[in-house]
Design a protein around this ligand. Structure first.
Ligand code: ZN
Length: 278
């Protein structure tokens, strides 16, 4: 009995292997080849395509009224990790935060937001840590920073929802989180104009480049230097604080606070701004 079933099973298997499944494989292969050809030849993926640097665009003028399809009948989306955003895009004390921060546990999977092609996938010493940049069909790029592990390679085609790395705290980061950016021709856009970061869905299926741009000018100040802050005791400015009050409470002087933090006596302190008191 056993051998008869074994024979039948093997016969069915061989029909599948040499019959129907072969047809399916050919069709899949055709789709894959067409897709590969598109990614290989489309101007979006050939012009200003540099795999070993973060910002890769030339200073060409572009149309802010250009429409961007975010999804269509065959291209989907996914939120990189469905967890609560802790820090929004925009002005942050004396710096400008060019993405959103999503706290997570080290090792949690991060997925591609849209279909696209990996342009950059390596450690970045500028603060991003392990960084993956994916360029999408509409020309947008998404940045996934501070990863503990990178799971893709440059020039690899990825689908929305595909795991591209694991969350971590590499680079300028003090707790595991994803720093997620959306850029158009290197210009950082507000990801929360694209995604509803509470429902983890798209706000619109299509948008305009100009719609995504922030109206206020980016700060000319430097990014908050987390490494500098980590070397001493940090104080977070509260309402009503002055440098002399902080100095008195911390057993230091105004001039020492100024020298340490690169401030002047007349510097305007912002609530939430962090300074070192020693
Ligand atoms: Zn961030």
């Amino acid at each position: 009995m056993k051998s008869i079933f074994g024979f039948l099973f093997l016969s069915m298997l061989s029909i599948n292997v040499f019959g129907f499944s072969n047809q399916i494989d050919n069709d899949t292969l055709k789709v894959k080849t067409a897709e590969q050809a598109f990614y290989d030849t489309s101007i979006v993926f050939t012009e200003d395509w540099i795999i070993n640097q973060t910002f890769s665009y030339s200073n060409k003028k572009y149309d802010v009224n250009k429409g961007l399809a975010l999804v269509d009948s065959i291209h989907s989306y996914a939120f990189p990790i469905e967890k609560k955003t802790s820090s929004p895009f925009g002005r942050r004390h004396s710096s400008f935060h060019k993405g959103i921060d999503i706290p997570l546990k080290k090792g949690e999977g991060i997925v591609a937001a849209f279909d696209g092609k990996v342009r950059y996938a390596k450690y970045n010493s500028g603060g991003f840590g392990n960084l993956v940049i994916i360029r999408h069909i509409n020309g947008l790029e998404t940045y996934y920073a501070h990863l503990s592990k990178i799971k893709v390679k440059p020039n690899q085609i990825v689908k929305a929802g595909e795991t591209i790395g694991l969350g971590g705290s590499t680079g300028r980061s003090y707790a595991p989180h994803l720093h997620f950016e959306v850029r158009y021709r290197d210009k950082a856009l507000n990801p929360e104009k694209i995604f509803d970061t509470e429902a983890y869905c798209l706000r619109n299926d299509e948008t305009l480049v100009g719609e995504l741009m922030l109206s206020s000018k980016p700060s000319r100040h430097h990014h908050v230097d987390e490494e500098f802050l980590a070397k001493g005791t940090v104080y977070s400015i509260k309402s009503g604080d002055t440098l002399s009050k902080i100095a008195a409470r911390s057993g230091t002087t105004v001039s020492e606070l100024c020298t340490l933090n690169g401030l002047s006596r007349s510097s305007i302190l912002q609530i939430g701004q962090r300074i070192r008191v020693n």
